[in-house]
Design a protein around this ligand. Structure first.
Ligand code: CA
Length: 294
């Protein structure tokens, strides 16, 4: 899509006081949120260059506010450091972590090995977007223990450890070159290009690949058959925060309805989207992870 300054100016949506509704539910330090970013579901996205500060290894928390509707156009990306398909040079790409929406579900992905779907843990929080509205979404990872919080309440918690010999585990996705083992409806570990259906033992995604892919908000990038947008988000996103440790529910609830100073320990990326114009989303964490709007 061609872009113009006018287009970029219109790209910002003024959303005053979006935390008001949640305030009644979670009365903790609520403040007006300033501006938010409105994504068109086609090409809009924020791209942040890869940086060591955005690499997680054993712990991570992703957070944002978003206006979500229970019906999506397939999978839509909230936050992703992820390329669906390998490019010509894996050194500049890879899959690390992603937070997605798919209809009324939120999905948290961690890739242990970085290459195309090589041992990816999926955590599903299902039926958590019952109606259109603003939601606070948080996902935490700690040595394979994972959780998703909706509006500060833990919606699902599990681990990316599946014992294929456990009767509770099932071989669940025999599709194409990608296969997966599942435990219940909430956890899946997937591998592409490997006969996982023959695997017996323990599958474990206990750490995160430190890839060289950009961080993107509102889309990830695909290299399948060339460059292009994959899984673009339609809706509004605000207050994106990335932490280098797994935050507790207490911490998530304490801070979800207030502006951070940016100096909080472990905060490695913090985008308030309060510039309200222009094409740069500044990182308020002090790590210089500024994003560009497209
Ligand atoms: Ca904001």
């Amino acid at each position: 899509m061609g872009e113009s300054l006018v287009y970029k100016a219109l790209y910002w949506a003024i959303i005053g006081g979006i935390f008001t509704g949640i305030y009644a539910q979670n009365p903790v330090n609520s403040v007006a949120s300033g501006c938010a970013l409105s994504f068109d579901g086609t090409t809009n996205r924020v791209e942040v260059p890869d940086a060591n500060s955005l690499d997680a290894l054993y712990e991570l928390t992703l957070e944002c506010w978003a206006y979500l509707s229970p019906t999506t156009n397939g999978t839509e990306v909230l936050i992703a450091k992820w390329a669906w398909c390998p490019d010509a040079n894996w050194a500049n790409s890879g899959q690390s972590y992603a937070l997605l929406q798919e209809n009324d579900s939120i999905i948290f992905l961690i890739n242990r090995d970085g290459n195309y779907y090589h041992l990816v843990g999926w955590l599903y929080a299902q039926n958590v977007i019952p109606s259109p509205g603003y939601y606070h979404i948080a996902a935490t990872f700690q040595n394979g223990n994972v959780a998703i919080y909706i509006n500060g309440i833990k919606a699902v918690a599990d681990s990316f450890v599946i014992d294929t010999n456990d009767p509770a585990s099932t071989f669940c996705v025999p599709s194409g070159s990608c296969v997966a083992w599942c435990r219940g409806n909430n956890v899946r570990i997937m591998w592409c290009g490997y006969p996982l259906w023959n695997y017996t033992g323990i599958l474990r995604v206990e750490k995160i690949y430190q890839g060289r892919e950009k961080l993107r908000i509102g889309s990830n990038w695909k290299y399948c058959g060339g460059s292009g947008i994959s899984s673009p988000f339609a809706g509004t996103i605000d207050e994106v925060r990335i932490w280098n440790y797994a935050r507790s529910q207490t911490e998530i609830r304490r801070d979800m309805c207030r502006r951070l100073t940016g100096n909080e320990p472990g905060l490695v990326g913090y985008w308030r989207f309060d510039e309200c114009s222009g094409n740069i989303a500044f990182d308020a964490s002090g790590n210089g992870n500024h994003g560009t709007l497209y």
